[in-house]
Design a protein around this ligand. Sequence first.
Ligand SMILES: [Zn+2]
Length: 132
Amino acid sequence: MNPTRRDISPRTRNKVACVIGRAAQLIRLRGWCIGALRDDSGRVCLMGAIRETSKPYATKIRFTAYDVVNQKLRRQNADIHSWNDQQTSSDRVSDLLESVAKELDPHYTLEAICIHGLPMDSRCYACFSEAY
Ligand SMILES: [Zn+2]
């Protein structure tokens, strides 16, 4: 059972769109990989990126984000597990994530994020601890 756009409240829809949009940013920032959620150099795959950017939120947000991306890929006869590894450029992956985020909530804002996938102004705990 997957949530469709109508089943998700506007508030959750915005959160999930931000998580997915930031995942696109994170791939652009850290680089993209296949075959692992995260490789030794910190590059992330599609699911790995969503895993990172959804960390501040309830698990439900992460799984809703996976579901929404999966629904989009299913229209292309693919799924979230295999699609990433079939791609040949990170831009294709980031572009897909950005289009899913926009479809989900056209009003979501794409902001600058830190290396951990959180908005720059969000007092990222990991950035804070690295600074001291
Ligand atoms: Zn950070």
